[in-house]
Design a protein around this ligand. Structure first.
Ligand code: ADP
Ligand code: ASP
Ligand code: MG
Length: 407
């Protein structure tokens, strides 16, 4: 007998019929003698609908109240899924995040899980219940409802698996595993049987939304056996996130390509080149809680420098406001500008450690397609470039081919 946490995403519980299919799968695992905890997302499109409703009242909704509103999506699906299980003659019981209790910090709309009280769940499991838990939500020390950020049900699933010391956490979604890149953008993308935890962490942080990054972090920290599979197929082992590196000789150089359109670029031009400039520019940005990703500093005209960095698109206006009001005059800069028509493309692979020339192959491939590179950043197992948004798909396809991932 194993304890398995199964998380089902929005499409997998998108209609009552899909919910019945989830219940049938759970019933099958139960009949094999396993203990099952099910974590569900809201029905697909529902979280967006709820955010839209809130915005009809207030364009920038109060975060505490926004969490009260958006957390209802998952409350519907836990009830529906539990009903579908009861209808099949299975003992089942639903829990909201507060009922569990999933304790988080108080960072509304992007809260972090601090602790999970799993004793009630464990007791129910021991009495033969299937327990169905709402993803994406928790409560803070004061009992306020919180949510974990978009895609946060993955994190609920993995965190519960860690707390319950589950044998496996299965993430059921609308694709049958982790692919070399998003199969909806590159039809030639190939499913991977396994991917290292380290690579998955990079892929998720660089924009592959198939797993929320915090879910991957949790899995790494608590050594949760994590697998991504399709809820639409009966067979298949999906993709396992592994902790051991494969035999180095057999490693492909690149395991996957990630991309995102979530960033914007901010430049402050013609800054007198003096010590302390980076701090004077980025200090006020950090004080405003804006995360900065890529940074580049160029030598400009004599004695001046141009400073460019990227932020999340939702922070673009805030960042421009700070630079114009607090920084530009102070550092005596010539101009401040912003651009959100950009995209970041990254190649990821542990094989990069043992190969040279990967970056130059990436740059050659992009140049052959006539794609200009705006910014570059690298780490031991990834290279990211910032390009014009309109070339994103072309770039991903060309790189996918150039690094032999089509084969
Ligand atoms: P869910 O609602 O089940 O959580 P998501 O939409 O969050 O599903 O994640 C699944 C989607 O992730 C897929 O439909 C796919 O378009 C996208 N995706 C992005 N990158 C990848 C990748 N490398 N492998 C598989 N899917 C990917
Ligand atoms: N329903 C939430 C969202 O759409 C959480 C999730 O699906 O994981 O982001
Ligand atoms: Mg998701």
């Amino acid at each position: 007998m194993s304890l398995i946490v199964q998380k089902y995403g929005g499409t997998s519980v998108g209609t009552p019929e899909r919910i019945r299919a989830v219940a049938r799968r759970v019933a099958r695992y139960k009949s094999l003698g396993h203990q099952i905890v099910v974590v569900v997302s809201a029905m697909s499109g529902e979280t967006n609908r709820l955010i839209g409703l809130a915005r009809e009242i207030m364009m920038e909704p109060n975060p505490r109240e926004l969490d009260v509103i958006v957390s209802t999506g998952e409350q519907v699906t836990i009830g529906m899924t539990t009903l579908a299980l009861i209808e099949l003659g299975i003992k089942a019981k639903s829990y909201t995040g507060s009922q569990v209790k999933i304790l988080t910090d108080d960072a509304h709309t992007k809260a972090r899980i601090l602790k999970i009280d799993h004793h009630n769940i464990q007791e129910d499991l021991d009495q033969g219940y299937v327990v169905v838990v709402a993803g994406f939500q928790g409560e803070d020390e004061q009992g306020n409802i919180t949510t974990l950020g978009r895609g946060g049900s993955d994190t609920t699933g993995v965190a519960l698996a860690a707390a319950l010391k589950a044998d496996e956490c299965q993430i059921y979604t609308d694709v049958d595993g982790i692919y070399t890149t998003d199969p909806r953008v590159v039809p030639e993308a190939k499913k991977l049987d396994s991917i290292t935890f380290e690579e998955m962490l990079e892929m998720a942080s660089l924009g592959s939304k198939v797993l929320q990054i915090r879910a991957v972090e949790f899995a790494g920290k608590y050594k949760v056996k994590l697998r991504v599979l399709s809820s639409f197929e009966e067979e298949g082992d999906g993709t396992l996130i592994t902790f051991e590196e494969k035999n180095k000789m057999e490693d492909p150089i690149i395991s996957g390509i990630a991309f995102n359109r979530d960033e914007a670029k901010v430049s402050i031009l013609g800054v007198p080149d003096k010590p302390g400039i980076a701090y004077q520019i980025l200090g006020p940005i950090a004080d405003a809680n804006i995360d900065v990703d890529m940074i580049i500093q160029n030598v400009g005209a004599v004695g001046t420098t141009d400073f460019t960095f990227t932020v999340h698109r939702i922070d673009l206006n805030k960042a421009l406001g700070i630079l114009n009001e607090k920084v530009k005059g102070h550092v005596n800069a010539r101009e401040v500008n912003g651009n959100d028509k950009i995209a970041k493309v990254s190649i990821v692979g542990v094989g990069m450690r043992s190969h040279v020339g990967v970056a130059s192959q990436m740059f050659r491939t992009l140049s052959e397609e006539g794609i200009n590179i705006d910014m570059i950043s690298t780490s031991e197992i990834k290279i990211s470039v910032l390009i014009d948004e309109k070339y994103l798909e072309l770039a991903v396809r060309a790189l996918h081919k150039a690094f032999g991932l089509d084969a």
